[in-house]
Design a binder for this molecule. Structure first.
Ligand code: AKB
Length: 321
């Protein structure tokens, strides 16, 4: 991180990852130094009361610059994004938020001399022509959905700002992130979270991808660990900047259901694939993250068994059964 006590801005702070990242950064750097922002007006009282908050639409470049200036920001975590499933239903919105939003953040960072910027991408950047097992760091990037068209262009734009303007922009390709604090906002990997809530609450789940669909996933503690570790890595060790593959675990929907059944033997699942099946089939099954391991010592802590056990414990406590 840039200075001893950086002033941090988080966009998309009410989202699945943004909300937990905000709590972590507020603990680490002091609540008053971490400015949460989001376009949403129905924000949890936790987020509003635990530190500074700004309403911010990332497509509004003037407002981004105003917040950076008035809040004396020197580091940005840009977490706002329209995910894959919502993006396919609203492609123009996905372009506007993901592409123009990212460009606005990078431009503001350049003009206002921001020291460090984190802009995540997704393991979805590949496409059906890419090898799907152990998908390499450097390979074919021909995605088929608007969400990942913007992620690939975003990665390239970030690298352009690194090379052309010397900005310190970092980012990794998140797998499907599994968590219980804040629900995800319309991704293809959302079934891997919904299944836990439905299993605990109703004992059954109808899954929107087939039993043998395998996708790369990661538990939230590993996602936060990767984000912080990359931001704290020594710049001189980084050969890549905005496009690190990172892996946590890979499992099929059937393997996830079987793992849940070990804890809840009555659990029933049926499979009714919808339009998201085709999206899932264009994504990798597993990821080669050796560049992240070599350049900033990445290593996940959770596998399917330890993640499922913790998810079930937390959701059961939350729902009160
Ligand atoms: C989505 O499903 O859209 C995201 C992702 C893997 O990028 N979770």
């Amino acid at each position: 991180m840039p200075t001893e006590t950086p002033r941090i801005l988080i966009t998309g702070a009410a989202g699945q990852i943004g909300s937990e990242l905000t709590s972590l950064l507020r603990e680490k750097y002091g609540a008053e130094n971490v400015v949460a922002s989001d376009i949403k007006s129905d924000i949890s009282s936790d987020l509003l009361e635990s530190g500074p908050y700004e309403t911010l639409d990332v497509t509004d470049k003037q407002r981004i610059q105003e917040v950076i200036q008035t809040q004396h920001i020197d580091c940005i975590f840009h977490m706002s994004a329209i995910l894959s499933a919502v993006g396919e239903n609203r492609p123009q919105l996905a372009w506007d938020v993901n592409m123009n939003g990212t460009h606005n953040i990078l431009e503001a960072a350049r003009l206002m001399k921001i020291e460090k910027i984190f802009i995540p991408s997704s393991i979805a950047v590949f496409g059906p022509e890419t090898p799907r097992n152990d998908t390499p760091q450097e390979t074919i990037l021909r995605p088929k959905t608007i969400y990942v068209v913007t992620q690939v262009a975003g990665e390239l734009l970030c690298d352009y700002y690194v090379q052309r303007y010397g900005l310190d922009v970092r980012g990794c390709r998140y797998p499907g992130i599994i968590s219980y604090e804040t629900l995800p906002g319309g991704g293809t990997t959302d079934y891997a979270i919904a299944i836990f809530y439905e299993a605990v609450e109703h004992g059954r789940y109808t899954c929107f991808v087939t039993e043998d669909t395998m996708l790369p996933m990661m538990y939230m503690p590993d996602c936060l660990k990767a984000t912080m570790q990359l931001m704290e890595a020594d710049l001189s060790r980084l050969r890549h900047h905005s496009d690190f593959n990172i892996a946590g675990m890979s499992f099929t929907a059937g393997e996830l259901a079987a793992e849940i059944k070990k804890h809840l033997p009555e659990f029933q699942i049926e499979y009714k694939p919808d339009y998201r099946q085709q999206i899932a089939e264009s994504w990798p099954r597993s990821i080669d993250d050796s560049a992240a391991r070599v350049e900033w010592d990445w290593k996940p802590d959770y596998d399917l068994a330890s993640m499922a056990e913790d998810m079930l414990r937390a959701i059961t406590a939350r729902i009160g059964r």
